[in-house]
Design a protein around this ligand. Structure first.
Ligand code: GLU
Length: 285
């Protein structure tokens, strides 16, 4: 009887123990499952293939300018690329991958950015790129993250004081693939425009006297003028250039991740801090 009793108790204990172990196991499994499937299921369900690919790779590939002071400029001595667009890119890397340094920057120019995006070399373009209806046929854009306007840069003392003084005989310099080229041709039909591969070359040409004025967005021109006080931005901006971040068509979840990042930056004051750091006083809300 005693034996039986103790056996019974032992059985009870063993069953209880098994229960606990099983329970623990279940809990663990449940934990693991939810972590794994939580990650995977949420991951698979919520992440488009494009986001999943970025996460798998562990870094974000971003096309930025290397020659545009204030937005994306490579310091030849340190090799660092810095500017407004770079800080925005880092914030997106942090949002998607949890680390602002999980990023690889690749140089794009106004002309190469859409082809580089669409052949898969980069995940997104953060490069002073205006949202236009024409470009929307080839890429998808984020919300507007910077508002610029086209203007003119001239040598101080130039007779050109704004768009009104540009005539058919004015020689304008610009960058291939920029909206600025098409815009100036529309504003001043017949005007001569010399197109360069990038803005550094266009500015060098202006300094060498190959043209009368360089045209692109005011914010970019202010960056150039700050490099050389023999040059100034003249007249009022004559177009609207709302900047967007471009992704391959159909990558809606990447667009969402970018827009969420921008909203976060605006809500927590970081957007204004980045703006103030590179451009000056933050824009009025
Ligand atoms: N924002 C204009 C554009 O997207 C001019 C600046 C640039 O060439 O990147 O074309």
């Amino acid at each position: 009887m005693n034996k039986f009793k103790s056996f019974k108790w032992l059985s009870v204990l063993m069953v209880a123990a098994l229960f606990v172990i099983a329970g623990c196991g279940n809990n663990n499994n449940a934990g693991n499952n939810s972590a794994a499937s939580g990650g995977n299921a949420a991951g698979n369900a919520a992440d488009s293939a494009a986001i999943a690919k970025i996460k798998e790779r562990g870094k974000l590939l971003v096309g930025v300018k290397y020659d545009t002071r204030l937005f994306g400029l490579k310091d030849p001595a340190s090799g660092n690329v810095e500017g407004f667009d770079i800080d925005i890119s880092k914030a997106i890397a942090k949002h998607i991958l949890g680390d602002e340094n999980a990023i690889e920057l690749k140089e794009v120019t106004s002309k190469t950015r859409i082809p580089m995006l669409n052949n898969g070399e980069i995940d997104m373009v953060v490069a002073t790129m205006t949202i236009t209806e024409e470009r929307k046929k080839e890429v998808d854009f984020s919300d507007v993250y910077f508002q610029a306007g086209q203007s003119l840069l001239v040598k101080k003392g130039s007779p050109i004081t704004g768009l009104e003084s540009v005539t058919k005989d004015t020689k304008i310099l610009g960058s291939k693939g920029a909206t600025s080229i098409k815009n100036i041709k529309e504003k001043v039909p017949g005007v001569t425009v010399l197109e360069f591969d990038n803005y550094q070359d266009a500015f060098a040409a202006l300094k060498a006297g190959q043209g009368d004025a360089l045209t692109t967005d005011d914010a970019i021109l202010y960056g150039m003028a700050s490099q050389d006080d023999g040059y100034e931005v003249v007249g009022k901006p004559f177009t609207d250039e709302p900047y967007g971040i471009a992704v391959q068509k159909g990558n809606t979840d990447v667009v969402k991740a970018i827009n969420d990042t921008l909203a976060e930056l605006k809500a927590n004051g970081e957007y204004d801090a980045i703006y103030t750091k590179w451009i000056g006083k933050a824009p009025a809300k």
